[in-house]
Write a protein that binds this ligand. Structure first.
Ligand code: NAP
Length: 316
């Protein structure tokens, strides 16, 4: 008979890794399945200044790598595979993978969120050819060049500051006349000589012959359309939840986020949600970690109530 885990965790970002740590420390057998980059979106953030205790410029990759090592040290298994679906009909839940399946008493879904597309003509065609969604991944391609960053949230402003380490000039194009990003980040950006902001403006087209050459943008107050030459376009217009595989199995809100209570319980018993993927007011590494811990503790309570015993993790 194949192994039945106490907890199968979908997603290896801060929420999933914290869930693994707490599950393993509670002596439950836990496995995390991640199809992409361990560390999730946080691993694409250069500076993690607002994660408590992260002083002296810790990078997202460094902190999340330590989170993974810590979970593994307590017995969490980390598997690289793609989750393609679920079967929650029986008491033992099934996580369907591209290369097999995993059975578990509980599931913690922590698949996170991904960047939203701007939806402008040229964006898809020029993706990877000057259009990017990740400064830490692609900034060095724009060394001594000029780039545009679109958006006004934490990601747009913070990543623009990072981009100035490489690019000659960063122009933030924002559709309103104020940022929604945290004031401390905005202040830092405003003091950076390499950053300029074009307010009340939307990007209507990204163009270029095989590589980004410029954008067409419109001032939303005057209606004036202007042409702006640039070597790269970084799109930071928000994120959307990665819930395609779990849609139809648990309750989601209109935007596709998982509805879970304060104990991280979803509409299905024994299935929990944690991190950016659930409906919540503050999406940060610190709140993702908290969600993961709460989900694991409640998975343990659920198992104690509904099963005879927990399965000890494999000795390391
Ligand atoms: P966000 O906070 O949702 O901000 C998206 C920005 O894009 C907003 O300024 C929005 O404008 C703009 N926008 C949306 N659709 C647009 C469109 N079609 N055209 C032009 N502009 C558009 O997204 P985010 O910055 O990616 O952050 C996502 C979450 O991660 C947030 O909860 C954020 O706090 C968190 N995060 C935190 C940090 C950090 O704390 N260090 C870093 C990165 C992300 P409006 O303002 O007009 O709506």
């Amino acid at each position: 008979m194949s192994k039945i885990y106490d907890v199968a965790i979908v997603g290896g970002g801060p929420a999933g890794l914290s869930a693994g740590l707490y599950a393993s420390r509670a002596k439950m057998s836990a496995i995390i399945i991640e199809k992409g980059k361990w560390g999730g979106q946080a691993s694409t953030t250069e500076e993690l200044e607002n994660y408590p205790g992260s002083v002296e410029h810790p990078t997202g990759p460094k902190v999340t790598e330590r989170m993974k090592l810590q979970a593994e040290a307590f017995g969490t298994e980390c598997l690289k595979d793609e989750v393609i679906g679920f079967d929650f009909l029986e008491k033992i839940k099934v996580v369907k993978l591209a290369k097999g399946e995993i059975k578990a008493k509980t599931v913690i879904f922590a698949a996170g969120a991904q960047p939203m597309l701007l939806g402008a003509p040229g964006e898809i065609e020029l993706r990877g050819k000057g259009v990017s969604y990740c400064a830490t991944c692609d900034a060095d391609f724009f060394t001594e060049l000029e780039v545009v960053a679109i958006g006004g949230g934490d990601a747009a402003v913070e990543e623009s500051i990072y981009l100035t380490k490489f690019a000659e000039k960063v122009t933030i194009v924002h559709r309103r006349d104020e940022f929604r990003a945290a004031k401390s980040i905005v202040e830092k950006a405003m003091q950076n000589d390499k950053i300029q902001v074009i307010w009340n403006t939307v990007v209507e087209e990204i163009y270029g012959d095989g590589i980004v050459e410029g954008i067409k943008m419109k001032n939303v107050q005057t209606g004036e359309v202007t042409d702006f030459k640039t070597d790269g376009v970084f799109v930071f217009v928000g994120t959307k939840p990665i819930t395609e595989t779990i849609k139809g199995h648990v309750e989601l809100d209109a935007k596709g986020y998982i509805i879970a209570d304060e104990e991280m319980r979803t509409s299905v018993e024994g299935v929990f949600a944690a991190g950016d993927v659930r409906v919540k007011s503050l999406r940060q590494v610190v709140t993702a970690c908290a969600d993961g811990a709460i989900a694991a503790v409640n998975a343990e309570k659920y198992i104690e109530k509904n099963f005879e015993h927990i399965t000890l993790p494999d000795a390391k």
